[in-house]
Design a protein around this ligand. Structure first.
Ligand code: BGC
Length: 398
């Protein structure tokens, strides 16, 4: 989970501003989210009871550094308590330092495109790692940086919401690469924990005759290649994937959309998920193999794999199939060290608001009560056993 999507009340972040701004694609504001900021104790204990042994979550820069150069002891202590709760329950914390959101003061200075962003990120990483390092299991610098330039500056679908600013997107992209380099070094220096970056790696499949340059993913892939190069100096790479995208001579091949369409009702079918993606859990294998090859074989953590669905038994089949694919990769000699499902609970899915349900745990939107779904127990049994059951779990999915 990321901090912003579950904590609630992150009023000092650029996404809060974006959600409340007139004319953005956001369907609803995040509000209290899952109130994880206050309920983390029970949520972490529940994971222990379920049998989970790893938990990926994020810290919010806007809380830790609410004004430029002013660090909050209280916020850092809060995150220390969260990490300590994981340790108490035998859970290894995988901590993300940056997951899409920026403090408002940095947004006002130009955000990712500001020339000072890399050095400011380095300082934030240094301070957070100094305060939290002894409790962290694995540290992720930035979540899915490769699309942030395009979405925020060219497409205008994320903050700062600029359209057609190709120069801004280029500056943001270069700054994010530099920020990862500097942030990783700062964390490694302070905390002596394994550090890596989490990348969105869709399984891109080109059929014979597909026209290169036609998929819309070329730029993102080129940026990913630069992160793969940087990752050779890292301790692991975080692999995140949700589906495949196929291309034939006539362009994209269905089922499923190449990009999620916000205006659309979430109509899930046997072949597609609530996000409009093709149901294709095997995509994880393609992503793992690509990351392994492109980084010259650094250890892999699967940091996100998941499905937005209203049918929980389909979630079980999805996880079962994705894990079997991971197991096949391990059998091929690839060093995969974790499988982390996205997400522990239903949460704020950015511009889509609370419509898509990714959670192992259902969250009642009125009372915020948690209700573990059958998939939550199924995954706990797998974690406890340390292996998949002989028979495939769940039903549904094409
Ligand atoms: C992001 C998450 C998001 C998930 C599901 C990932 O790309 O890291 O923040 O909720 O996809 O769409």
């Amino acid at each position: 989970m990321s901090a912003y999507q579950v904590e609630g009340g992150n009023t000092n972040s650029d996404w809060w501003w974006w959600e409340h701004k007139e004319g953005t694609p956001c369907l609803e504001p995040s509000g209290d989210a899952c109130d994880f900021y206050h309920r983390y104790g029970a949520d972490i204990a529940l994971q222990g009871d379920l049998g989970y042994n790893a938990f990926r979550f994020g810290i919010e820069w806007a809380r830790i550094e609410p004004a430029e150069g002013e660090f909050s002891r209280a916020a850092l202590d809060h995150y220390r308590r969260m990490l300590a709760a994981c340790r108490e329950h035998g859970i290894v914390p995988i901590l993300t330092f940056h997951h899409f959101t920026l403090p408002m003061w940095l947004h006002q200075q130009g955000g990712f495109r500001s020339p000072r962003f890399p050095e400011q990120f380095e300082r934030y990483c240094d301070r957070a790692a100094a305060a939290l390092g002894d409790l962290i299991g694995y540290a992720c610098t930035i979540n899915e940086p490769q699309g942030l330039g395009l979405s925020g500056y060219v497409l205008g679908i994320n903050p700062p919401g600029r359209k057609g600013d190709v120069e801004g997107a280029g500056l943001a992209t270069e700054n994010l690469l530099e920020a990862h380099r500097r942030g990783a070094a700062a964390i490694r220096q302070r905390a002596k924990v394994p550090v890596g970056i989490c990348l969105a790696i869709p399984d891109l499949q080109y059929e014979d005759g597909a026209l290169p340059g036609d998929s819309g993913f070329e730029l993102e892939s080129a940026i990913n290649d630069r992160y793969f190069e940087l990752a050779r100096d890292d301790d692991f790479i975080g692999v995140q994937t949700y589906t495949r995208f196929r291309f034939g001579p006539e362009g994209p091949r269905g089922p499923g959309h190449v990009w999620s369409d916000l205006s659309r009702e979430l109509s899930e079918t046997d072949e597609t998920t609530q996000m409009g993606y093709e149901y294709y859990p095997k995509a994880l294998g393609g992503a793992i193999r690509r990351a392994w090859k492109s980084t010259g074989g650094i250890p892999i953590l699967v940091t996100e794999s998941g499905i937005a669905t209203a049918a929980d038994s389909k979630r079980i089949s999805f996880i079962d199939a994705a894990m079997r694919e991971t197991r096949a990769c391990i059998a091929e000699g690839i060093d995969v060290r974790s499988y982390v499902y996205w997400s522990l609970m239903d949460n704020f899915e950015w511009a889509f608001g609370y419509k898509p349900t990714f959670g192992l745990i259902e969250v009642d939107r009125k009372t915020l009560a948690r209700r573990p779904r059958p998939s939550a127990y199924w995954l706990g049994d797998v974690a406890r056993a340390g292996t998949l059951p002989a028979t495939r779990g769940g039903t549904g999915g094409a």
